[in-house]
Design a binder for this molecule. Sequence first.
Ligand code: SAH
Length: 364
Amino acid sequence: MEKNPVSLLEHPEQSLRKKSIYDMTYEQMEDWAVSKGWKKFRIQQIYNWLYKSRVDSFEEMTNLSKETRKALSEEFEFTPLELVRQQIAKDGTRKFLFRTEDGALLESVMMVFDYGNSVCVSSQVGCNMGCAFCASGLTKKSRNLKASEMVAQVMAIQKELDRSNERVSHIVVMGTGEPFDNYENVMNFLKTVNHDRGLAIGSRHITISTCGVVPKIYEFADGHYQYNLAVSLHAPNNRLRDSLMPINKAYPLEELMKAIDYYTKENNRRLTFEYILLNGVNNSVEDAKELARLLRPYNCYVNLIPYNSVDEHGFRPVNREEAMKFYDVLKKEKIAVTIRKEHGSDIDAACGQLRIKEIRKGRK
Ligand code: SAH
């Protein structure tokens, strides 16, 4: 474990009213340039400085005129995040705790896979979805994160990786918060990291996970994005899902599956269902069979997730043997299924755990 407080605040004295430059999508920057009477190509240069050279100030954008830099710094500031703590696990997983300008705490995780480095981004401060097993819901949502605060999570981690010439290659919006409860900001954030002149992280390397906010699944389907969609299911029937995930009372399984059917057909894409195995709650052979019956009609994968224990909730994880039993039933029923590898279990890797500890310490 490494304790490494590093301030990322470029100009802490700067006005809080300025917009962060990381809030601006490429197209928004172009519109802004036009409104200034500038040529659009200047935005190419600015984006290059931001996302390829990854500078920390407008002064470093040395091929821009003094006036241009002044105009930028009059309207925009840099990152709104301060890195409070970084933990590194034995398997290379790194956990980052950030503080926003208004003092809120949020966390991001970087996981190392053989195919690249994946960053798990938080989308809200706290969460209102209230899932019974999740650490994030222990504090209610206090606000949505701005696009810039999501971009800044990835940029801070990319800058850490720059030291060893590595890059963030994948993004999962699976940190604290419900991305489909902060739709517009999440989409703008993804536009920037996905943009060729931004961090150029490929759409197929980006996954958004939702607990099942049905109207937004339709909106997402109609957007025909190339990003991957994951849906947190965790139960094969309404009775059990109602008891684990309050969202199911607003959008029960029939409605959720209708939206998913629309998404897969409209986009001709498979989606992933996440299913946490909770010992004695949703992991019986009967549950697995019921899950197979529910999912058979759909073009999907199931990702079985080992539960990361959260002290306050009292749910227990399953052992390898029990996980395999559940897996085997799904396989036999011809459902495409994988078991997610655990990452960083020695560093409070479950969503929201590091943040909760820090809040409890009263250092918020
Ligand atoms: N709100 C979104 C994204 C954030 S949670 C969603 O619900 O999908 C990302 C995933 O982690 C979800 O599948 C969630 O159910 C799961 N998760 C939450 N707490 C967990 C824990 N303690 N252990 C394992 N997975 C957990």
